[in-house]
Design a protein around this ligand. Structure first.
Ligand code: ADP
Ligand code: TRP
Length: 326
């Protein structure tokens, strides 16, 4: 069948793109907040999950750790059901247009605008030391990541919302200055999992040591669940319930919490079983995938080739808009 332009436009899938830092093992906050969204959307959308290794350079300065983290991040995505035939999984550093556009966007963004970003301030406060220019500039590279691909939707956790808004503002500024070039992206934040709580009730985060690793072993799950803080609760262990809700519906949980009312130890045991039942198949799949690293590298090679073609085409337009093509 021959498709008329209007028809092919109508069936053209919308694009989603999201990045994950290769900076260690993912936790269930990463999974429910972002990774799962990508897998759930891979049929309906043209999807670009990618590994932001140049962003990770702001914290990872060990060659072996970097290599391992990148491969692990790819394996993680494949193990949760990302289908490389449907989605383009790639490494940021393999597409040099990201850093090139990053520089260009640097030149149209003011310091006071970037100083409003909360991520570098948090890092500055947490580490109590001077931050690098790269960490300060982090949102610009992220804007470049997004704008290169004419992205419609960026699935992220709540903490990344401001960065997507920054990307949008910078796109508008560029379009106003040089002519229509970039699509304005929107963040997709699923309300129910916007901030997955950790074992202490605060946002689950690698930096807070309150995580349940996504591919945790049975023992690790037991240890993490047993450490969930319940000290200030009456009958209802709020922190246990908040995590339990990720794995079972509130309707399913109601009779369980009624039956074990006030017995936090028993409720934690039920939670351990539920988490383990959920994670075990993914853990097994991960082990299988990790046996064939060459296949994983090939997926990343293919992904880079697809991404590079799109990004380079966009860069050609950007250079024309800037007036650097003669
Ligand atoms: P961390 O805070 O553990 O370092 P990252 O900053 O690497 O996690 O986050 C990777 C992705 O996972 C981002 O899209 C982020 O918004 C999402 N994410 C991280 N932690 C959570 C959480 N606790 N709840 C929901 N989403 C999260
Ligand atoms: N800043 C994101 C994080 O820390 C990672 C990221 C980099 C990203 N580039 C992106 C997310 C582009 C979405 C889109 O989690």
């Amino acid at each position: 069948m021959v498709l008329l332009p209007a028809m092919s436009e109508a069936i053209k899938k919308k694009r989603i793109l999201t990045g994950i830092q290769p900076s260690g093992r993912p936790h269930i906050g990463n999974y429910f907040g972002m990774m799962k969204q990508v897998v759930d959307m891979q049929d309906e959308y043209e999807s670009f999950p990618f590994i932001v290794d140049y962003h990770a350079l702001t914290t990872v300065r060990d060659r072996e750790a970097m290599r391992e983290n990148i491969l692990n991040a790819a394996i993680d995505f494949l193990a949760i059901g990302l289908d490389p035939k449907k989605a383009t999984l790639f490494q940021q550093s393999r597409v040099s247009a990201h850093t090139e556009l990053g520089w260009i966007l640097n030149c149209i963004t003011t310091m006071p605008f970037l100083m409003r970003a909360h991520a570098f301030k948090d890092a500055q406060e947490a580490k109590k030391k001077e931050i690098t220019v790269g960490l300060f500039d982090y949102p610009i590279l992220m804007a470049a990541d997004i704008l290169l691909y004419d992205v419609d939707i960026v699935p992220v956790g709540k903490d990344q919302q401001q960065h997507v808004e920054i990307a949008r503002d910078i796109a508008e500024k560029f379009n106003n200055t040089f002519g229509e070039t970039f699509k304005l992206p929107k963040a997709l934040i699923k309300e129910s999992v916007a901030v997955v709580p950790g074992t202490d009730g605060n946002k689950m985060s690698k930096s807070y040591g309150n995580t349940i690793p996504l591919f945790a072993s049975r023992e690790e799950i037991e240890k993490a669940v047993m450490s969930i803080v319940t000290s200030n609760d009456g009958d209802m262990p709020e922190n246990v319930y908040a995590i339990h809700k990720l794995f079972k519906s509130e309707a399913e949980l109601a009779p369980i919490y009624e039956q074990h009312k006030g017995r936090f130890g028993d409720l934690k045991k039920v939670l351990i079983e539920d988490i383990d039942a959920f994670i075990a198949p993914m853990r097994d799949r991960r082990e299988e995938i990790a046996k064939d690293i060459d296949a994983v590298k090939e997926i990343l090679d293919n992904g880079a080739n697809i991404a590079r073609e799109i990004a380079d085409t966009k860069m050609q337009l950007v250079r024309e808009r800037l007036g650097v093509t003669l």
